[in-house]
Design a protein around this ligand. Structure first.
Ligand code: ZN
Length: 519
């Protein structure tokens, strides 16, 4: 009997050798850089296979921050328990095939990482990719009485390895045509190390008895049953003031203003604080997310209203502007299509305005159709000129400028529209459809909606060159500083709003909107 136990221990010990080896020298076995949907399908098959044994994946995301604003996720890193890692370049193909999304949304396949709920939120928000069955490693670290909370610290403690956490790599161009070797290694290790950390945490929690007599799969099952309570839970570090340290709250981006939305924008749902006071209107998507994360409960169906489970530290607005329902029309001309959200105070100024002056920005973000948007952006050049003059900044000319890629696209579709209208008889059906498809893609609409009236409007819009952002950014900083020093933040806001009124003469402004609003 004793002999057979020793024999069993020997077999077990040897079977653990690959794990020990991977501990001594951290090495990803294979890194696939995935550039297309077809490649994505191939790696999905591999992951599906590896997840039949131990259903776990390490997951991480990278994105580019531009002028302080997070751009959509550029890279999704996934690693399995066998050291296979895929770097999925979402910036290149924007969508993933069902074969992979099925694995990601399958809550029986556990995804691990640090702050993984943020990644899940971003992927949902940017690409409608659902991540289910995730567990934040920090919960498990806490269960194991470890004080380390970052991926690098946990890797150091449990795997004895140093992760490259140089900010220059972290903040590098994840949308680049080719990723550098250093970027590739950095990105792959973050996902890979997450799985390796999990293995170590399991080893810590498993009794020697289970270790000896249970198969890897049985060990996994008993482990996962114990920690199910952490599944799909954002990590909440309860601080002394009782507020949850919920990273998403500060990093959740505002909805992109450069994307054209063809459907309605405002769902006019409501969000209440824990004490039942209405905080703001919000979208159905946001409501669903808060409920799915267990952060809020539904308290009314019409309008859909949620109440948070934790006290949100939000200043109560002085009037009801932010809780009033908003109409889904262009506030300038009343059009019901091709929407943008227009920042009445140009973005490059907003980023320098201290947070205490911008708690209720919904007042200065108005729904506007594409055509009014282009027009108003052109008028904003005059606003900048006015502000620069007021603050005596003379070194730059608002028209001295550079093209930006979005404008190049718009100008291209303007030319396509001209061709479609002017050379109608000379084009084959095939060519016409191709051109329409191109325009439809730029404006994110269905090709059969590219009517002649739409093409005509495209042609009539006058485009101004886009200003050199860097130069303007430093001038914008000076402008904001000037108004701050004069203690006249409200004057800056009022100037921008008045300029918008004078230039655009909006006919459908929301109720309670005003030049002197101070919410
Ligand atoms: Zn309009």
């Amino acid at each position: 009997m004793l002999f057979s136990i020793i024999k069993l221990m020997m077999i077990k010990a040897f079977s653990k050798i690959p794990l020990i080896r991977s501990l001594l020298k951290l090495r990803v076995k294979q890194i696939d850089i995935v550039d297309s949907v077809e490649q994505c399908e191939r790696i999905a098959v591999k992951f599906e296979k590896s997840c039949t044994c131990i259903p776990v994946l390490g997951l991480d995301c990278e994105w580019v921050n531009q002028n302080g604003i997070r751009k959509p996720v550029a890279l999704l890193q996934i690693a399995d328990g066998n050291g296979m890692c895929s770097l999925i370049r979402l910036s290149k193909f924007k969508t993933i095939p069902p074969s992979l999304s099925n694995i990601l949304s399958n809550s029986d396949v556990i995804k691990v990482g640090v702050a993984i709920s943020d990644d899940a939120y971003f992927l949902m928000n940017d690409y409608n990719i659902q991540i289910s069955g995730y567990i934040d490693l920090r919960y498990l670290a806490k269960e194991c009485c470890l004080k380390e909370r970052s991926l690098a610290a946990l890797a150091h403690k449990l795997l004895g390895c140093e992760l490259d956490k140089d900010w220059r790599v972290r903040a590098s161009d994840w949308e680049a045509e080719l990723l550098s070797d250093r970027q590739t290694e950095y990105a792959a290790l973050d996902a890979y190390v997450a799985v390796e950390i999990l293995k170590q945490l399991i080893n810590k929690k498993i009794s020697w008895w289970d270790w000896l007599f249970l198969t890897d799969k049985q060990q996994w099952d008993s482990f996962i049953v114990k920690y199910l309570k952490y599944k799909d839970q954002p990590y909440k570090n309860i601080r002394a003031n009782g507020n949850a340290n919920f990273k998403s709250k500060s990093t959740v981006r505002s909805y992109s203003t450069s994307t054209i939305k063809t459907t309605k924008v405002y769902d006019n749902c409501l969000m209440e604080n824990v004490d039942g006071t209405t905080m703001s209107t919000c979208s159905n998507k946001k409501i669903d997310w808060y409920i799915s994360q267990g952060l809020a409960k539904l308290v009314n169906d019409n309008p859909r209203t949620i109440r948070l489970n934790f006290p949100a530290d939000i200043k109560k607005p002085k009037d009801n502007f932010s809780v009033l329902p908003r109409e889904n029309i262009c506030i300038v001309c009343g059009s019901c299509e091709y929407f943008h959200k227009k920042n009445i105070i140009p973005k490059e100024f907003v980023r320098y305005i201290p947070t205490e002056y911008k708690s209720h920005t919904s007042h200065d973000t108005l729904l506007i159709c594409h055509f009014c948007f282009i027009k108003s952006n052109a008028f904003d050049l005059t606003l900048r000129k006015k502000l620069f003059e007021k603050c005596q900044i003379h070194e730059l000319n608002p028209h001295d400028s550079q093209m930006n890629p979005t404008h190049m696209k718009i100008i291209k579709s303007k030319n396509l529209a001209k061709t479609l209208l002017n050379c109608r008889d000379k084009l084959s059906d095939n060519t016409r459809n191709k051109l329409k498809l191109e325009i439809a893609k730029t404006y994110n609409i269905k090709p059969d909606r590219v009517f002649d009236t739409f093409l005509e409007t495209l042609i009539t819009i006058k485009y101004l060159k886009y200003e050199n952002y860097k130069q303007h950014s430093s001038a914008a900083e000076k402008v904001v500083k000037h108004f701050l020093e004069q203690n006249a933040m409200n004057e800056l806001k009022a100037m921008c709003r008045q300029h918008f009124l004078d230039a655009m003469k909006p006919k459908h402004l929301p109720h309670l909107w005003s030049v002197t609003y101070d919410g």
